[in-house]
Design a protein around this ligand. Structure first.
Ligand SMILES: Cc1cc2nc3c(=O)[nH]c(=O)nc-3n(C[C@H](O)[C@H](O)[C@H](O)COP(=O)(O)OP(=O)(O)OC[C@H]3O[C@@H](n4cnc5c(N)ncnc54)[C@H](O)[C@@H]3O)c2cc1C
Length: 422
């Protein structure tokens, strides 16, 4: 056992990795824990779910990412509890680990807001396995419908997407493009009219965080892709073959994609801390937890207030990366006997994609962009979030390839076959 300080980083997402990598030169041992052996690039999950990308373009080995950093040890295990008093992290299948500094970066989990049947039957879009599960389910429904017309009559090819934020809009847009593009040619005997893609948003409009001109553009872009948008309506219940709205309308659909809400990772409940909206951990200006200056909470699990606007920062990749990097830098600074610094977020704009060649961007000063130009801006900002130069090069090749050929070569099923032992 080394007698250097030990920094335990919980989570290998944008925030956790950001922290661990910034500790490269620290005279300390860094222990990085994640339940998966891969880092997930969530902004590309919808491309995986619709066959544009392969799983290894969205998930990257965590060990690979820190391979050259001598002071990091990675453990693939689940965090089961954190004892802030004893400064100890409990793990599912190994001995507890004590720490001098702790970085909590466990992200968020889907919030079904108690919707009946959603936990059992909805398809959330938050993890790599969620995306693969959705892709294989869509392919399975179309293959079954191809052989059995009664599945089509029962609404088996209809898809309801819940949530008019970025996750819902980009999922609905991508699914509609998959259906009207490749599936129209793959399954020539199936009428496209019988495969509706519906987007349901409880609020009065989709993309409420964007300016009116971008909202109008989004509506038009969705319409062009044949996505039917319903606003001011919420989903009341979900069964394997039906979605029921709060107004009583029953929609025949065998697929409900949930892109409507998140809450802090379930572990936050056991910390004994006062939680903010969405079960997130409230943090001070330096991102430490109240009364625990040795504990940082960063990324989606934290409620971080923007020092400039005094508003809470959104749950975004760039917020997660920058806050994680801040924690890593701050701990390294404190280990050198220096004072902690407050976190300052560098806003690169709010942006989202709707489909091929269709995106919206709203810059800090109020400038807006839409269409292809906005998609290029989205690509540039998101390339910077990818963990390695090799990943960036691969993403450029994948995106350019998909843009030129429009081919979704990932539309094959094998996970379910592996699971079934076939
Ligand atoms: C579909 C989708 C699209 C998005 N699109 C965009 C976008 O276009 N632009 C953008 O900026 N942001 C986007 N986001 C948001 C962005 O991806 C998140 O804000 C970001 O991933 C949060 O990073 P994080 O490190 O806080 O959490 P995460 O990335 O969720 O990482 C948390 C890590 O903790 C691990 N973990 C969780 N619980 C445990 C446990 N108990 N034990 C061990 N390990 C655990 C997980 O395996 C995971 O690796 C999108 C999110 C989604 C879901």
């Amino acid at each position: 056992m080394s007698d250097r300080p030990r920094i335990v980083v919980l989570g290998g997402g944008f925030a956790g990795l950001g922290a661990a990598l910034k500790l490269e030169k620290a005279d300390a041992d860094v222990v990085l824990v994640d339940r998966h052996d891969y880092h997930t690039f969530q902004p590309l999950l919808y491309q995986l779910a619709t066959g544009l990308l392969e799983p290894n373009a969205v998930g990257h080995s965590i060990r690979d990412l820190v391979q050259d950093q001598d002071n990091v040890t990675v453990h693939k295990t689940s965090v089961t509890a954190v004892d802030l008093g004893a400064r100890e992290v409990r793990l599912a299948d190994m001995a507890p680990v004590t720490y001098d500094y702790l970085v909590i970066a466990l992200g968020a989990v889907v919030n079904f807001f108690g919707t009946e049947g959603a936990a059992e039957h909805a398809f959330p879009m938050y993890t790599l396995t969620d995306a693969v599960r959705l892709k294989e389910h869509l392919l399975e429904r179309w293959e079954t419908a191809d052989k059995d017309p009664s599945v089509i009559e029962d609404g088996g090819l209809n898809v309801v997407v819940v949530g008019g934020g970025p996750t819902g809009v980009e999922s609905a847009g991508a699914i509609a493009e998959l259906f009207r593009g490749d599936f129209a040619k793959d399954y020539r005997n199936v009428s496209q009219e019988e495969a509706r893609v519906m987007l349901v948003e409880a609020g009065p409009e989709v993309f409420s965080m964007f300016k009116p001109n971008l909202r109008a553009y989004t509506e038009e872009a969705l319409q062009k892709r044949t996505v039917e948008v319903t606003t001011g309506e919420a989903v009341a219940s979900v069964s394997p073959t039906r979605v029921t709205l709060k107004n009583g309308t029953e929609i025949p659909a065998h697929t409900l994609v949930w892109g409507a809400g998140l809450q802090g990772n379930e572990l936050v409940q056991s910390l004994g801390l006062t939680l903010e909206r969405g079960n997130r951990i409230g943090v001070g200006p330096d991102l430490t937890v109240p009364d625990h200056p040795e504990v940082y909470a960063v990324g989606d699990i934290a409620a971080i207030t923007d020092a400039r606007t005094e508003h809470p920062l959104p749950q975004l990749g760039s917020v997660a990366l920058q806050s994680g990097e801040h924690a890593g830098e701050d701990i390294a600074r404190r280990l050198r006997g220096k004072e902690p610094k407050p976190f300052k977020y560098r806003d690169k704009g709010t942006m989202a994609t709707i489909g091929r060649g269709a995106a919206v961007v709203q810059m800090l000063g109020g400038r807006t962009m839409k269409g292809f130009k906005a998609q290029v801006a989205w690509g540039t900002v998101h390339l910077a979030l990818l963990p390695t130069n090799e990943d960036r090069a691969k993403a450029i090749v994948d995106w350019a390839g998909a843009g030129l050929t429009h081919q979704r070569t990932g539309r094959i099923t094998y996970e379910s076959e592996v699971n079934a032992g076939r």
